[in-house]
Design a protein around this ligand. Sequence first.
Ligand code: COA
Ligand code: AMP
Length: 624
Amino acid sequence: MNYHSEFRRSIDQRDDFWREQAQDIDWIEFPKTIWQALDNGHGQWFPDGTLNTSDVALDANIRAGRGQQTALIYDSPVTDTQQRFTYTELRDEVARFAGALRARGVEKGDRVILYMPMIPQAAIAMLACARLGAVHSVVFGGFAAHELAVRIEDAQPKAVITASCGIEVAKVIEYKPLVDKAIEQSSHKPELCVVYQRPQVTATLQDGRDYDWDAITANAEPAEPVPVKSTDPLYVLYTSGTTGKPKGVVRDNGGHAVALKYSMKLVYDATPGDVFWAASDVGWVVGHSYIVYAPLFSGCTTILYEGKPVRTPDAGAFWRVVQDHKVNMLFTAPTAFRAVRKEDPEADQLNRYDVSSLKRIFLAGERLDPPTYEWLKEHTGLPILDHWWQTETGWAICCNPVGIEMMATKPGSATVPSPGFNVQVVDMAGSQIPAGEQGQIAVKLPLPPGCLMTVWGDDKRFQSSYLDPIPGFYSSGDGGYIDDDGYVFIMGRTDDVINVAGHRLSTGEMEEVVASHPAIAECCVVGAHDDMKGQIPIGLVLIKDGATIDQDELEEELVDMVREKIGAIACFRRAIVVDRLPKTRSGKILRRIIRQIADGETYNVPSTIDDPAILEEISEKFGR
Ligand code: COA
Ligand code: AMP
């Protein structure tokens, strides 16, 4: 089997191809229908199949004889803890916690919000929801109370699950007050809140609503997996769009399990027993797919790491984890290795550890810059594999399909489309653009299994965000090109989404926060280049006539507001006061040019610009 024949089969004989992949997971009822079209060109996968995702992840491995194999290793340099769970132990923990939730009224279809640090209870809670057929929605612990409130308002959860605190290097961040504040801000009030008490902080529990995790789990009746339809939602994961309101990406059960199990072979060449480490956070899609679900679907051992690439305690942290747990595949964001490289440019730390178990390093979440690629290649001597994907797709749209055929790598390219993804570079009318020329990267419909079904509670937004922009295609929001050899190069977003240290954020959302300051007349936030984090947001602000405020004071207030409303991870640290913003004659802010000026790039002055002189003023502000 080579890549090209596998790819062609996935497109030309779609149903046969995915029926075969579907045979690789344990169904309660195997689907008769593989794909069913909807009116809008989108479709549903395996609509008449039934399964349970926690059964596929846990019980199926026990049935296959892997009950005593390690399923999950928790490695936490910030608390100096390591803990292992076999498949049987993990299943039992999940079943008991699911039983505890069910005893308090959580049922199939109910939403459950998780606001958790990187502790095993985060994975246990996700799998427990899946066991009940409840829909989890994990909110990254770095988001502020307001962001959590927005998600509670949208998902209308019956329950919230949290821990007493998260630990950021040496900083202990109390979670419960943030949860209380979010519930207070939201008009929807969850019926219950379960709190895992960590030794560092004991959270105060509110009578009648809050429950202690250990207390309710100790004697809980274990829950058996509840059969769900393939198309029933497994989870909602909010991601940044172009507006202030995040989009709830809805993932199904059946397509998700089939696609992720296939991806473990195709993209990562993983087999049962391999130790797979995605150094990310359960709050992101990488954490959902490759810390929790896919490694377990495939009978691997997954690592849940509560630490950073640096400072916990040093730039050797990743290599230490590889050595301690004999990691075979490591997957992280390029920014993590940029941080390591900055502190350990000659990779001296690497020589302190035995990393001979490591077969490959995978990178995604943002563009893999060639210097980071070269540094990793030179110092590890391993295949360094870039792959491109999004919260929406849940697995790689483009990859080096090492499980089928290892292709030559080209720095700057995520290699080739994964089978099932008919990737094309098109203009906004859907016409193909010649090889080597840049355009919109789009996927010809239908999307393969595992991709989003819709936006939670808002089919219209799903249609208008993803399907309407380029008729007949899924619009990725990324621009780039395909070269003569069919290699795909992703050059960056064509919308207002930015990537800060591998975290996807919306400049539109930051603009809403900045604009709410009483002294601000108008503003714009762009993502400027940052050597370590890839991009960081910078605000350009116009002060209202008559408003008297010191510019440094204003900047400080705006920075605090973004931290308070969105969270520290936004890394919004700079607001520059300007007299005017560059606009087209029709009033559209020329964000791309502002970004080019901030990055010191050359730019073309568009003929539609209202007043070209403004560009010089802006350049001066950036010291260009
Ligand atoms: N809970 C609470 N706060 C959090 C948090 C969490 N889970 N994660 C980050 N923060 C806070 C940090 O404490 C920091 O706050 P500060 O401004 O008060 O110092 C802020 O958010 C920015 O954090 P971060 O982006 O992690 O920056 P950093 O300078 O501490 O570390 C890196 C830089 C590169 C080491 C770090 O960003 C990193 O590990 N990146 C990899 C990201 C990744 O894995 N992405 C997953 C997508 S695949
Ligand atoms: P997220 O939804 O958080 O996974 O972010 C998805 C976005 O990250 C994509 O739309 C891209 O802009 C960017 N991205 C992810 N992987 C890559 C990659 N390998 N190369 C370039 N950009 C990437």
